[in-house]
Write a protein that binds this ligand. Structure first.
Ligand SMILES: Cc1ncc(COP(=O)(O)O)c(C=O)c1O
Length: 421
């Protein structure tokens, strides 16, 4: 098949394709895999019940149901949802936003595709701009989104060694490049894959850096604030006219509805709406329809704070404790688990690469994601990136427990210690 340069993006190999393929197969149970790989949120019984009730209420109301499935929304997205969300953000956080500052998309993954390619790449005057990822490791799903080559530039973080076999990455502001060739700065907060939460100070500093360069700061809140609020550290939601906040209903429990949300200044929202119209006519209505009632009286925030966050916090603590116990005596550390649904394990001086470890684990029926995928835009060879794996703890307890046990066994073997189990 002859394909264009654009087509080549979709016929070559890509990390996110491998990940989603593995995830899809494991989630349908075809391979009997323990799925500690992808970013699928948990099926939290209370959340499932809530959406099931909402679905039943919708199907019991023929007019509402017909509206939900029978109409295209505007390219900006479901009007009532957009309006109520603007009210909520204004009331709860004092963000100076109205409906004109919000657009929906087909999942935040597609928001990033439009934003990255609109803000970086080749410009009409012949210049080129890149997206700065100021802290790697960073989300694997950004890596293949650029239609131009070399869309991303990133820098090594500082590593703070903490007690109790933990560590934490910090933005190394001294290493940030001259901003002249940049189109935007982008961070996920909490960070996928590490569970890091950039501090309020780091964010303010990045905001200054972006403003000084007259480029937007994109904050990917797929796991963060205001919802689903999977944040265990002290951190505040952050927005101003220079920030593009990307949110999603996926980790709230609705990944199947593909609903992304962009909160930004008006000209950016107009651009996202136009991209929606051109690429897909309109974003989907279903997620907004199912979640609409949660925007009343801030219920979506209560659900996040009282149900979703404690659910993941408990799972995170259990997985951390087991992993650190089973890895006792090895030079392994966990990133401080401050949010999201992952643990990030650093095996310092591991005699095999994390890619090889991934293969060995796959053979044993455990899917993780090898760390080297999470360094898009990092030019320098840094052994650290071959020493880490990402472990998802969102799946059922027995699956996570088995998976963690096998991971510890394989890591122990890789260091050359006999498997005493
Ligand atoms: C950090 C981050 N951003 C964005 C996304 C995309 O989410 P969605 O397209 O489902 O909204 C994900 C999905 O796992 C993610 O982990």
């Amino acid at each position: 098949m002859n394909v264009s340069v654009f087509g080549e993006k979709f016929t070559g190999s890509s990390g996110i394709l491998q990940l989603m393929d593995d995830l899809g197969k494991a989630m349908t149970g075809r391979q009997g895999m323990r799925m500690l790989g992808g970013g699928n949120p948990a099926h939290i019984p209370e959340v499932q019940r809530l959406f099931l009730d909402r679905m039943r209420a919708l199907t019991d109301d023929p007019a509402a149901f017909a509206r939900l499935i029978g109409n295209y929304d505007t390219p900006q997205g479901e009007e009532r949802f957009v309006g109520r969300l603007a009210d909520l953000l204004r009331k709860e956080y004092g963000w100076p936003v109205g409906p004109e500052n919000i657009a929906l998309t087909l999942g935040s993954q597609s928001s990033f595709f439009v934003l990255f390619n609109a803000l970086a790449g080749r410009f009409a005057d012949g210049s080129r701009r890149q997206i700065l990822l100021p802290l790697t490791p960073e989300y694997i799903g950004y890596a293949d989104q650029g239609l131009d080559e070399d869309m991303f530039v990133s820098v090594r973080p500082e590593i703070e060694l903490c007690g109790d076999r933990r560590f934490k990455y910090h933005v190394d502001f001294g290493r940030l490049p001259d901003a002249a060739g940049l189109g935007a700065v982008c961070v996920s907060r909490p960070t996928n894959p590490t569970g890091n939460v950039l501090t309020d100070d780091e964010l303010l500093h990045l905001d200054d850096y972006a403003r000084a360069a007259n480029i937007p700061l994109i904050i990917d809140s797929a796991y963060g604030m205001p919802f689903p609020g999977i944040v265990f550290a002290n951190a505040s939601p952050f927005w101003n006219e220079n920030v593009i906040a990307c949110m999603s209903l996926s980790k709230l429990g609705l990944p199947g509805t593909r609903t992304g949300i962009v909160v930004a200044r008006q000209e950016i929202i107009a651009m996202i709406s136009a991209a929606n119209a051109i690429i897909s006519l309109a974003p989907g209505s279903f997620g907004a329809g199912l979640a609409l009632h949660l925007l009343n009286g801030g219920d979506i925030l209560k659900l996040s704070r009282d149900v979703i966050r404690p659910f993941y916090r408990l799972k995170s603590e259990m997985a951390q404790e087991q992993l650190l116990t089973e890895l006792r005596g090895l030079p392994c550390r966990l990133h401080k688990a401050e949010g999201a649904i992952f643990l990030w394990l650093w095996c310092e001086g591991l005699p095999i690469s994390c890619g090889e470890l991934y293969e060995r684990l796959k053979q044993r029926g455990v899917l993780v994601v090898p760390g080297h995928h999470f360094f898009p835009g990092l030019a320098d060879e840094w052994p650290h990136r071959h020493e880490c794996i990402r472990i998802t703890y969102s799946q059922p307890e027995d699956m996570v427990r088995d998976g963690v046990r096998i991971i510890a066994e394989e890591v122990r073997k890789a260091y050359g210690f006999a498997d005493d189990n």
